[in-house]
Design a protein around this ligand. Sequence first.
Ligand code: DHB
Ligand code: FE
Length: 287
Amino acid sequence: MAHIIGGVATSHVPAIGKAIADKKQNEPYWKPFFGGFDFVHQWLQREKPDIAVFFYNDHGLNFFLDKMPTFAVGAANEYHNDDEGWGLPVSRSFAGDAAFSWHLIEALVADEFDVTMCQEMLVDHAVAVPMQLMWPNAKEWPVKIIPVSINTVQHPLPSAARCFKFGRSIGRAIESYAGNQKVMVVGTGGLSHQLDGERAGFINKEFDLLCMDKIVSDPEALTGYSSEKLVELAGTQGVELLNWIAMRGALTGRVTEAFRNYHIPISNTAAATMVFDHQPQPQRKAA
Ligand code: DHB
Ligand code: FE
């Protein structure tokens, strides 16, 4: 069976993509953020995943406010990147695994998550920037991706509890796939940030650190927040935390924190990176 080796959570601020394009990783503003990826690179080098399931939010590239699925799953063998207006260079495309995607979709629908199935899907900076952060020097992307888009843009958003259960369903589906792929899960976005309105620039370090603790040891504690409370505590775009919560839901076994980095600010965002190790729950022997 396919198995989940662990997860990575990271902010996906477009300015990071610009800094990569301009080779600014070692400049004083950027070093504290990019330095946090040394560990991620070693971890990926050691774990060598075959597939990365990406929990992210589309920012108006593939979906817009006129048609906004709550949960959408890519079911293609290739995904193109494009820039929805940040001025970022377009990344080379990403290989998918349509058969693996359909397995996840079948399992999700069986679990009553009636997802939008996307046989064509553009992916934005919320996928491309983390890919470039994780594999900065790759000539070819070493993983196939399964993009899983969660609406964190147009209210009403799915609740944190629903996102956690959605992740759980995907985690179970991954581990029931008849293959021997090593799968990592990725949650992108966050942590606290607000790009618009009177509170533009809002960051809540105390809440971010609480989330980073709870997401390891007690993720259910994060599922009690309503969307409105998350906006209040994390900012209008800080609700991207939902992608982290879904990613954590997919880690159904024993989870340990392998690494964290937290740096304020990158652009308008509290930039956070975490790595999670995952051991599947031991199968109970039949009595
Ligand atoms: C920023 C953060 C985001 O999550 C995003 O999608 C776009 C911009 C920012 O802080 O600039
Ligand atoms: Fe974002």
